[in-house]
Design a protein around this ligand. Structure first.
Ligand code: BGC
Length: 745
């Protein structure tokens, strides 16, 4: 099949299954698209494995051709006035290919939550919900769908590599990039982002996982030294990467800006050579974050394979270092081999993308579906939700709910349809035209009055609320790369707004559009609280569907919501001072001014990230990890654990009156000898259960999650002793418990 009808604008009702079938058929029909004689070269034999093909091709390359492949061409479209060569598709990165060998260019596009910068070339890209939202679905199928939307649209736009796949742990809840990341828990984050990267690569696009590693805050990110002992690092942040990379086998892993225990992440022998390449057997290539390379010889020997976006260290200086014998040519060959084998392995040589118009309707439907599973119902006093036909007047207040939904900024910014032709401006919030007000009005019916007040004048908002049966306040927390929030509090005096509204109308529901967890000093007063994250282009409708109960609420928190900053391991964001202000990115360091070197001491909490900190410190969060309500209720019974704890099974009964999906969570507390006196997530399953019925659920447990990392053995170790297994619907409510005795390994 040469042409996929689902890709035409206007044909929206095409299932995902059919669409992926189209892509596959199309791929099979194509011959490697290589120029002239190269098509007959031995490495173009599709039946050979990618490593053998890469070896053959690399042998034919001159040293200059090899050097050409291990760096980008400069800032390109990202910096006005920078060189944009022919063949550059307008993404954040470009690496020219070698036509005489049949090697295509690599066109890399930022695509954390959708493709960045499409409007610049009058193109369109779907804005997906935040990654943290996708992770709130706890549904690996949603992770896969998420990535496949990105992969499909990258292909349509002519890119062959994605830059996305953020799997840094949400260690710092005020991190401006948390909306690009999945969770504070490594098993949930790794699994969901692993699926995402698999979805990208299922479209014959090279995938990427970033920012490796401990890039857990933006303040001072270019210079800060993240300090964490190896055991804790292995069992937390590294584990998230290990899981995602193990699942997806991505083409690229992007090393981060910060230092890790002294060395920059892009010249860190331990994290790159020892852990990523040796212990995990990563076969792809390590690319630096943009201007995250700091040396030639040190970086090359530590495991960096590609400098981005320019050639300051891996251009002429690397050639000189190879010729002088400071970097062995075999190491240069290894870099190039990793890049070329990833291109073969992902099909970008054999089945290059064929440009066609992105289908915005398919994208919107997919985004809406993901968002509907992502929304977390946090409070529902007196069953104020779902809204019913009996509600005849609603005051919708704040959050630009009349215009659309908020999106996250920075390199994850997707251009809004109808937005500025030049694209979105860095540092300015962008709303997407999916208005919750419009969809609420539709669902309220013609005999209901749904008013809107911007929420900018608190007294006026209170007056509007007083006139209605129900008040729905939309509150927002804009987040972006390059900044952290100084506190968990909502910005722009929105807490005052909620206080005033709930005083005027006790039937107040708060809908949050936030990049991560926030504090809610008014939580006891309002009747309903709904977290929607940054909802994506289908967000307005998805929100209305959940508020009106057309879709049952089902998401659960992938992060702990602390009551206040002082409950966190770091009451203040490290290094965030008056001088750096709210915009914590020290652009100064980037531009060669005096660098601000400071330490972020992650040993303060060590392994106790998120809910583990709250358990050990005996602090009660505002909303616990794994928590989320439904319009129905579930009961758990009959826990059975296999003798080797390789899986657990139990029954989930829907005890309410309507069908719903329950997210069942499995936690383990290791034996005392581990020194780890806290439970950790080891498995989960999202299960649809019809009203009144029961489902038997089996959740496998990866033996790795039961182990501890031994620094003496430099490897994982299974301790002998009693393992406590707990199962339920939230980290704070685990009705099923059993102990199993396991032997040391
Ligand atoms: C970000 C990366 C991004 C790159 C290219 C950097 O500032 O940290 O996530 O992929 O820019 O735009």
């Amino acid at each position: 099949m040469k042409f996929c009808p689902a890709a035409r604008i206007g044909v929206a009702l095409f299932s995902c299954v059919l669409l992926s079938a189209c892509v596959t058929n199309q791929s099979v029909a194509q011959k490697p698209k290589v120029a002239g004689a190269a098509a007959n070269e031995p490495w173009m034999n599709i039946s050979l494995d990618p490593d053998a093909r890469a070896d053959m091709m690399v042998k034919e390359m001159t040293i200059d051709e090899k050097i050409q492949l291990v760096h980008g061409i400069g800032w390109g479209v990202l910096r006005p006035g920078a060189v944009v060569p022919a063949g550059d598709n307008g993404g954040a990165g470009f690496v020219p290919g070698i036509p005489r060998l049949g090697l295509p260019d690599i066109n890399l596009a930022d695509s954390a939550v959708g493709i960045r910068g499409a409007a610049r070339d009058s193109r369109y890209a779907t804005l997906l919900p935040s990654v943290i939202g996708m992770a709130s679905s706890w549904d690996p199928a949603m992770g896969h769908l998420y990535g496949s939307v990105i992969g499909r649209e990258l292909r349509d736009e002519g890119y062959n590599m994605s830059i996305g796949g953020g799997v840094d742990l949400i260690r710092e809840p005020r991190n401006g990039r948390n909306f690009e990341y999945a969770s504070e828990d490594p098993v949930l984050a790794g699994t969901m982002v692993g699926e995402l990267a698999m979805g990208v690569q299922s479209n014959q696009i090279m995938g990427d996982i970033k920012h490796y590693v401990l890039n857990d805050q933006e303040t001072g990110r270019n210079t800060l030294n993240a300090v964490l002992n190896r055991r804790a690092m292995q069992e937390t942040d590294l584990l998230a990467f290990q899981i995602a990379i193990g699942m997806a086998k991505p083409a690229g892993v992007m090393c981060s800006y910060n230092r890790v225990n002294g060395d920059f992440a892009c010249e860190n022998d331990y994290t790159l050579n020892e852990v990523l390449k040796k212990d995990w057997g990563f076969k792809g290539f390590v690319l630096s974050d943009w201007s995250g390379t700091h040396s030639t010889v040190k970086a090359a020997l530590a495991g960096l394979d590609m400098e981005q976006p320019g050639d300051e260290y891996f251009g002429a200086p690397l050639k000189a270092a190879v010729l002088a014998g400071k970097v062995p040519e075999t190491r240069l060959d290894d870099m190039v081999h990793r890049i070329v084998r990833s291109m073969f392995a992902n099909g970008v040589i054999d089945h290059p993308p064929v440009e066609r118009v992105v289908d915005p309707f398919q994208g919107r439907d997919d985004a809406k579906k993901i968002e509907e599973e992502s929304i977390v119902l946090l409070k529902n006093e007196g069953g104020v939700l779902p809204l019913t036909a009996g509600v005849k007047s609603i005051a919708v207040i704040g959050g630009h709910a009349n215009e659309g939904v908020m999106s996250g900024g920075g390199s994850a910014q997707v251009d809004a349809p109808g937005g500025l032709p030049g694209g979105s401006k860095w540092g300015e919030p962008v709303y997407f035209p999916s208005s919750p007000l419009r969809y609420l009005k539709e669902q309220a019916g013609s005999d209901a009055v749904v008013s809107f007040d911007a929420g900018t004048d608190v007294e006026q908002a209170a007056k509007a609320a007083a006139k209605a049966q129900v008040a729905i306040v939309f509150v927002t927390q804009w987040m972006s790369e390059g900044m952290d929030r100084p506190t968990l509090s909502l910005p722009n005096r929105q807490d005052e707004l909620v206080d005033a509204v709930v005083k005027a109308n006790p039937n107040t529901i708060v809908v949050l559009e936030t990049g991560g967890p926030v504090s809610m000093p008014w939580s006891a007063k309002v009747k309903g609280i709904v977290e929607t994250w940054f909802p994506g282009i289908g967000g307005g409708e998805a929100i209305a569907n959940v508020l009106y109960g057309r879709v049952n609420a089902s998401g659960k928190l992938p992060v702990t919501f602390a009551e206040k900053d002082s409950d966190l391991p770091h009451p203040h964001v490290s290094g965030l001072t008056e001088a750096t202000g709210n915009n914590g990115m020290d652009g100064a360091a980037r531009h060669g001014h005096e660098a601000k070197n400071f330490t972020v001491d992650y040993n303060v909490e060590g392994m106790l990230v998120g809910y583990k900190w709250f358990e050990v410190k005996d602090k009660t969060p505002l909303f616990p990890f794994g928590f989320g309500l439904s319009y129905t209720s579930f009961a758990y019974s009959g826990l059975k654990v296999t003798p080797d704890a390789s899986s657990v099974s139990f029954e989930v009964k829907n005890t309410g009156a309507r069908a719903g999906d329950e997210i069942a969570e499995v936690y383990v507390t290791l034996p005392k000898s581990s020194g780890e006196s806290f439970k950790k997530l080891v498995g989960f399953k999202r299960v649809p259960v019809p009203a009144g019925e029961s489902e038997m659920v089996t959740v496998p447990i990866d033996p790795l999650y039961l182990k501890v990392f031994s620094t003496e053995k430099n490897g994982w170790e299974m301790l002998g002793g009693e393992y406590k297994i707990e199962v339920g619907g939230s980290s704070a409510e685990l009705p099923l418990k059993e102990e199993v005795s396991l032997t040391a390994e």
